[in-house]
Design a protein around this ligand. Structure first.
Ligand code: NDP
Length: 673
């Protein structure tokens, strides 16, 4: 096989490795795989992103960018076989590659879908509700977010060459911010191959993504207040980079995922033989061996009730003993190699540190068979245990980034949480329990130390996604030692690349900014009923007034008998009067809604395809017999769904003859284009 030149992609052109490039070796047999290291014009890259990429991305709406992400995911999905092939030389088995490659593509799909469902088909993101800042409502507030006008620099770790790139790119792209991706050198040939496919797809606007294969040179020294650095790797590198004077001076956002001494807790209720116990053993074993333990979320500390420590060790050793370590291309192999010989050296050194406080109960590299451990970075999984988790220090601070875990006994749940929290901030902790009280106690006692808490038991069964899998829907990151960062978590992850701005002003200006009707903004009545207008013809603020219609006692009684809702407030004058909220018998809330629909609906077939929900319904004032109701129907917001139809959100107000509002809600319809 020829040696892969790991190029950079800078300011629209490919740059091959040059003078002084490094040779990257296969993790499994030590042969030369690739060369990396190009000399780049970092100023030109930043300029290209800011001048070309940013404007091109910001010219699109969130939905347009989400559509590109989906097409990109489909494009990569059809080509992933080629990536699996390259992945073997990183030491990964096929199962490991599924986590990295399919997991990365899946993340693109989720962000594409969330972008279309949860973000507007617009460029301004509306964050939260309108805030009433004045008595009469002539001055109000609203938070909005718009894309940063700089560049996102993504510095990734070696362990997830594809997922690591895509999980950062998806929210950045959706936000409308160009990215410069810098993969870890060790496994960069795989990232490069995926990146080349992305450029080859022709889907991404010029300047929206660039790739640095090798050093970042003076790039970080050139960043400003509109830029973001998103880093995954070691705590030492994170601390060095985030302390750069230029980043501090310009308050450059710095998101970090770094070391994490993740714990998994076998609940006090999970006896050997229980479903929770079995599930726990499977999970710890899987986390030790998947990606050869090179996962930022892997279980490093295994916390078990004192009484069950021996049973846990025995069960884990039995499983580890059956784990075939070997060539990741072989089907029988359950655990491949570490990413490099250097990485294995690092893990062995850290293992020795851990062994100063714990004894090894499994793991002997001399027993590895059928692998060339001289040339390939193979090592046996290693299981340790300690009798004194309280007296230990290194066990809670040193991360051996490989197939290494330590079993620690605890006295009671409080003690377990104390031990878990000694990690001083982790990405994830898992708990295997069937007790609701245990789960709540864990959240209260340990939530503040963890970015994610994962509960598994007999009920979650096979559907549970696993302790070690960060999901695009859920936050990934942790406090303290874990870096204090947060990624993904659905649209929360997009917000890292946007600026939230508090907008204060008149309702009309706010409606203009957000393209959403807000109470108090101008409305206008057209000649045609809005139900006769197609999606594209409707504009926020278009309004229909309808009514009046009188509510009679006969209507209330008829409605009560017809629906079966004969609640006393509608049927029993004396009982209703005794209720502090009612003057006497009142109309049903649902009768008011039905009358409102009866007033505003235009009955003939037309562009309104379906009424599919009401949001934020409130009944504000009791309606007595004799009240004369009228209704206002205003287009609040439109969201295109596809080429055929889109969602229209209507603001509906129902008023009585004194103009007091008796009910308010948002009506959702699907309207034809
Ligand atoms: P590093 O911190 O050395 O590298 C992480 C990334 O930072 C790589 O892309 C690396 O590039 C880059 N980098 C290193 N130095 C600089 C610099 N001066 N300027 C700009 N970028 C730089 O971590 P490793 O990948 O070597 O992993 C080491 C340890 O980190 C692991 O053993 C593990 O403990 C921890 N880790 C934690 C992870 C987590 O998410 N919690 C994930 C992966 C690792 P290059 O490769 O070219 O040096």
């Amino acid at each position: 096989m020829s040696i892969i030149p790991v190029e950079s992609f800078a300011a629209g052109r490919w740059v091959a490795p040059g003078e002084g490039a490094l040779t990257l070796k296969s993790a499994t047999d030590g042969r030369d795989v690739a060369r990396i290291g190009s000399s780049l014009d970092y100023a030109a890259m930043l300029d290209h992103a800011r001048r070309v990429g940013g404007p091109a991305l910001r010219a699109m709406t969130f939905h347009e960018r989400a559509h590109i992400l989906k097409a990109l995911a489909q494009y990569l999905n059809e080509r992933r076989e080629a990536l699996y092939e390259l992945s073997y030389d990183t030491g990964a088995t096929k199962a490991d590659s599924l986590i990295d490659i399919d997991g990365g593509i899946g993340t693109l799909f989720v962000f594409a879908s969330k972008g279309r469902r949860e973000l507007p088909d617009d460029n301004v993101y509306v964050d939260g509700a309108v805030e009433q800042l004045s008595r009469s409502g002539s001055f109000i507030g609203q938070h909005v977010a718009t894309p940063l006008k700089g560049v996102a620099v993504h510095i990734n770790a070696f362990n997830f060459p594809v997922w690591g790139m895509l999980e950062k790119l998806a929210p950045t792209f959706l936000a409308g911010v160009p990215a410069i991706v810098k993969p870890a050198s060790q496994t960069a040939w795989l990232t490069h191959a995926c990146f080349r496919m992305m450029i080859g797809s022709g889907l991404l606007p010029e300047g929206s993504v660039q790739l640095i294969s090798g050093s970042t040179g003076d790039l970080l020294d050139r960043l400003g207040g509109q830029d973001v650095v998103s880093f995954t790797g070691s705590a030492a590198t994170a601390a060095m980079l985030r302390g750069k004077e230029n980043l501090l001076r310009n308050s450059v956002r710095f998101i970090a995922e770094q070391d994490s001494l993740n714990a998994s807790i076998l609940g006090p209720d999970a006896e050997p033989g229980s479903a929770e116990f079995d599930c726990f053993i499977r999970e710890v074993h899987r986390e030790m061996t998947a990606k050869a333990g090179q996962k930022c979320t892997a279980i490093r500390r295994v916390l078990v009730p004192q009484a069950h420590r021996d049973a846990v060790v025995e069960a884990l050793v039995a499983r580890l003993d059956k784990t075939v370590v070997g060539d990741p291309r072989e089907e029988a192999t359950r655990m491949g190699a570490l990413a490099s010989l250097d990485q294995r050296e690092d893990v062995r050194a850290k293992l020795a540190v851990l062994e100063s406080e714990a004894r090894r109960v499994f793991g002997d590299d001399s027993r590895l068979s059928g692998v060339d451990a001289e040339r390939g970075a193979f090592m046996s999984p290693a299981l340790l245990t300690s009798d004194d988790p309280d007296g230990a220090a290194r066990l809670h601070e040193v991360e051996a980034f490989g197939p290494v875990s330590t079993v620690l006994p605890y006295r009671d749940l409080d003690h377990a949480l104390q031990i878990a929290n000694r990690g001083e901030g982790s990405l994830v902790a898992s708990v295997f329990t069937h007790e609701r009280d245990v789960a709540r106690q864990v959240v209260l006692g340990s939530g503040a130390f963890h970015g994610r808490l994962y509960f598994a038991n007999r009920d979650t069964g096979k559907e549970a996604t696993g302790h070690g899998s960060p999901l695009p829907h859920m936050v990934h990151g942790g406090p303290g030692r874990a870096g204090g960062g947060e990624e993904m978590g659905g649209i929360r992850g997009v917000m890292h690349y946007m600026q939230r701005t508090a907008i204060q002003g008149s309702p009309d200006l706010l409606a203009g900014i957000t393209k959403r009707y807000v109470p108090g903004a101008q409305t206008r009545e057209g000649k045609r009923h809005p139900f006769r207008l197609r999606f594209g013809e409707l504009e926020s603020g278009m309004t229909l007034w309808a009514g009046p219609r009188e509510v009679t006692l006969q209507d209330i009684e008829h409605f009560a008998e017809f629906t079966g809702d004969t609640f006393y407030a509608h049927m029993d004058e004396e009982a209703a009067k005794a209720n502090p909220f009612f003057p006497g018998r009142v109309a049903h809330g649902y009768l008011i809604l039905s009358f409102a629909a009866g007033m505003f609906v235009d009955p003939d077939p037309g562009p309104v395809l379906a009424n599919y929900g009401l949001d934020n319904l409130r009944f504000m004032k009791p309606v007595e017999p004799g009240a004369k109701l009228k209704v206002r129907l205003t287009v609040k917001q439109k969201t295109r769904r596809n080429d055929d139809y889109g969602e229209v959100r209507w603001d509906v107000g129902v008023y009585d003859e004194t103009d007091a509002q008796v009910a308010g809600y948002e009506l959702l319809t699907m309207n034809a284009m």
